[in-house]
Ligand binder design. Structure first.
Ligand code: HEC
Length: 91
């Protein structure tokens, strides 16, 4: 998976979230909020989860998270992209 793919993934995610929330500028802690809402009830420590994804590059970690979380409590693509970004920053 290339860095270019990862950047397109992030761009698509930000375009989607901008479309979903036209009047709300993206906030730095949107990912933290999404994690709190979708994951924190069962996973108290995001850093611990984030470090378990040992794929070598940010792009390969993002692809892994995306594939896994699609069927694990984050089926919404916008929410999932925010959570993936938050987990990457929590490592
Ligand atoms: C209803 C409870 C619940 C929610 C909500 C939940 N999980 Fe999980 N999760 C589990 C359980 C139980 C396991 C361990 C068993 C399994 O693998 O299914 C697990 C396993 C995992 C694993 C793999 C095992 C590990 O510890 O490395 C990851 C990664 C993960 N969850 C991330 C998330 C993320 C991110 C979210 C939010 C989108 C989330 N989970 C929401 C219950 C939950």
């Amino acid at each position: 998976m290339s860095r270019a793919f990862f950047m397109r993934f992030l761009l698509a995610a930000s375009v989607l979230s901008a479309a979903a929330l036209p009047a709300t500028p993206a906030r730095a802690d949107d990912g933290a909020d999404a994690f709190r809402a979708a994951c924190q009830g069962c996973h108290a420590n995001p850093a611990r989860l984030a470090r378990r994804n040992s794929a070598a590059t940010a792009a390969s970690r993002a692809a892994r998270w995306d594939a896994m979380l699609r069927t694990h409590h984050a089926s919404d693509p916008v929410q999932r992209a925010l959570i993936v970004d938050f987990l990457e920053r929590s490592r």
